[in-house]
Design a protein around this ligand. Structure first.
Ligand code: ZN
Length: 190
């Protein structure tokens, strides 16, 4: 297995809607394995294929003892209340913002063998399912921020020093701040 390089905001692959997987086989299995290993290596809660430069609709997730992967996910959201929690992203290192999202989510898709699969979740996993599906649509969580938070996030990313910060964090994931929420992190490891 291989630890893959995580693409950082500014990379066009993160802004390109991913394509449905049509071939289930050893290549897909290897991608899922490498993505799982990469996600675990940085203590991420989730990782979508575009984040490792692959334009396919696949993501992996690990929230507490719930973990796995989904191929070609179709997302539904709901719940009586919006859930607001701190969110971050491995591809937007060093930043984290509180973001409201629906408190319930369900994805229907397939596993790496093509067998149908459904994941229904609340809380952190529901947030993760939404965050990762966003990646497959070429969307980042910072797109969903509003007002002052959005302005600040965009300013920090556009700042000439951000690339340096990002590569520094990539080099030492262990000390990154502001990208954790709930029981784990979408962003860099603590
Ligand atoms: Zn992300």
């Amino acid at each position: 297995m291989t630890i893959l390089e995580i693409r950082i905001v500014g990379d066009p692959v993160l802004r390109t809607p991913a394509e449905d997987v049509s071939r289930f086989g050893p290549e897909l299995a290897r991608l899922v394995q490498d993505m799982t290993e990469t996600m675990d290596a940085v203590s991420g809660v989730g990782l979508a294929a575009p984040q490792v430069g692959v334009g396919l609709r696949v993501f992996t997730y690990r929230v507490g003892d719930q973990y796995g992967h989904v191929v070609n996910p179709v997302l539904e959201v709901g719940g009586a209340d919006e859930d607001e929690a701190l969110e971050g992203c491995l591809s937007v290192p060093g930043l984290g913002y509180r973001l409201p999202r629906p408190g319930w989510a369900r994805v229907s898709g397939a596993d790496m063998t093509g067998a149908p699969l459904v994941i229904e979740a609340e809380g952190v996993l529901a947030r993760c399912l939404q965050h990762e599906t966003d990646h497959l649509d070429g969307r980042l969580y910072i797109d969903r921020l509003r007002g002052a938070d959005k302005k600040e996030a965009l300013r920090r990313i556009r700042d000439s020093g951000y690339d340096d910060v990002a590569s520094e964090i990539r080099g030492s994931r262990a000390t990154a701040v502001g990208s954790s929420f709930g029981g784990g992190t979408f962003g860099a490891a603590r």
